[in-house]
Every structure is written in structure tokens, then in C-alpha cells.
Write a new protein. Sequence first.
Length: 386
Amino acid sequence: MTLYGPDRSSGKAILILFGAAILVFTVWYSVMLASAFRDMEQKRVVLQSKAMEAAKTPDESNFYNLLYFIQDSLSIPFILEGETGQLTGYNFTPEKLNTDSLFLQKTKEKYLQSGTRPIIGKDYYKFIYYLESPYLDYIRYFPVILALLVGIYILLGYLMFNAFKKSEQSKVWAGMAKETAHQLGTPISALLFGLENMKESLDDPDAMALTLDSMGKYVEKLELVADRFSKIGSVPVLETAPLFDVLDDVRIYMQELAPARVVFEFKPPDETYCVLLNKHLFSWVIENLINNSLNAMDGKGTISCSLRKEKESIEVWISDTGSGISPKNLKKIFLPGYSTKKRGWGLGLSLAKRIIEEYHKGKIWVKESIPYERTTFVISLPLQSA
């Protein structure tokens, strides 16, 4: 199951459809019960009218009409037992059960076994056996059915969430492995190249010193990479640092790696702004943002950075003139595993968000994205006194 592919969309669609089905069922069931009770109330009103009519006139036919109406209007199934033991049923579904003697006999026996006493009749009918209205079953089972459907819905959501979570974790671990290999690849290659240079410059002290100095920088880079990854998952130590100085250090490092036609415009602020930072992790965030900018600019363009002070925070605005971000992808870019690059593993911005929001108690978001004109990321950090 892929994290951002059709499987995830299908899972959401299934949950939405199932939830809609529960809603439709609940509305239909409620309307059906309301309609049934409305019909019963109407029959009660008519019953009262006929009873008043029968009471006013001594005509025996009125009493029989009243009796027949009562029998037809009752929603509960019942059985009348005559003096000779003949059973007559009313209101059973399907209607043919009203005259099925075998069914009526079994129903009577079951009724008596339950311990319920029949009503004693008069004249022709000795006993009246009354059963529960089917509407009572509808009311009794409705909470059970609804709870079952909601339980299935919750279980389905839980299983899908677990599946997506496992897929996300798999993506994160794969991404971490690839990111580690990527981070280590450049300094390791440089060190191997330096070893070859050392072999060729054994008789040249100046060349040897230059190679050793270069190799020393890449050893420091390896230490930095190891330190960064060691801090992921633990609580890093934050120290007060001048924000622009940290940004400018990253700019110097990335400018050496960037194509010559990429211009860096990092504007220093009018005053020094200090924030609580873990320099190694925060630098990693800025490197990821600049790397994304370089990938989006196809070898030429401008990457700019400026600081803006708010009431209790300082904002870092980083912009580029690259291809931009599609509006439909703006909500996905910080999710683990999401990447628009064929060889991307979608971890850089996810790590950036975690580093800024969880470790530095700040925020990171996309301010705007206009293709080939300007894409701007904003990082907001709590401001410290200098």
C-alpha cells in the first residue's frame, strides 16, 4: 500500500462511502419509525372517533364495526382462540400466516412457554394471545445495528490508519537510509579522491598540505553528518546564536556546491537577532531548502534570504526563482515519502518540519509559489534577547 498513491485515495473513498452509508441508513431508519408512529397516532384518533360514535347509538353493528377497525388498526400480531379451540391470527407478516393453523398453534405454545398469560375473552373468543409489535423490534435493534456499523467503521478506519502508518514508517526508514548514503557519499568520494592525490604528491610538500587541508574539511563534514543523524529521535541541545550568521555559513557552503549561474542574495539585517538553535540541525533544514531550490532552477536563477521581525518571533524568508510547486501538492510537500523527483525519497522537507516544529518550537510553511517567478518558504522561530 503506497502512502501517497491511489491506495491511500481509495482508502479515504471507502471510509467516506461507508460513513455516508451509515448516515443514509440512520436517516432512513429514523424516517421509517417516525412514519410508523405517525400512522399509529392517526389510527388512535380515528379509533377514539369511532368509539364515541358507538357509544352514542345502541346499534350493535356500530360495535362490530368498531371491533373490526380495532383489529385492523392494531400493529401488534395477536391470536384469538374460539370456544372450540379454533385459532385466528391477525397482523402477521406475511398475511398468509394469519390462517396457517400449524404456525398459529406453534406460536401459541411458544407464547405459553414464555410464562405470559393470555387475556381472557368473552362470548365466542376464550383467549387473546398478543405478541410484540415489530416496531418494538425495530426500536430495540436500532442501537445495536447502529453501534455495529459504527464499530465496523471505526475498525476499518483503524486498520487503514495502521496500514498507512506502516507504509509511512517504511518510507521514513528507507528515506533515512538513502539520505544517510547521500549525505555520506560526497565527503567519502572526496576523501578517496584526496588519497589518490596524496599518492601522487608524496614529493610535493605544498600539494600534500593542500590535499590534507581539503581532506580535513571533508572529515569535519562526516562528523557533522554523523552528529545530525544522532540527534534525530533524541532531544537536541539548543543554544542562543545569531540567526543570520548561521544562515550565512550555510550560504557559503552551498554556494561552493551550486552551479556558477546561481546567484545567492542573503541580505544581512540591520540588527542582530538571536534565537535558540541547534546549529547542526537548523543548518540541515536550510541546506534541504536550498537543495530543493537548486533542483527547481535547472542550473540558473536566484536564491534569496531575508529576516523579518514579528512581535515575539523572527521569520526567515527563503525564496527561489525555480519551477515552483503545484497548488495540488502544497499540502503534501511536508509529508514523509512525498517527492516529485524520480530519484527522490521525500524525506528532506519532512525532516525540516520536524526539526523546526518539534525541536525548535517554530513553524515552517510555504508562503507563496508562482512558477518560474518566486517560491517562498518561511520559517518562524521564537525570538531571544541578544
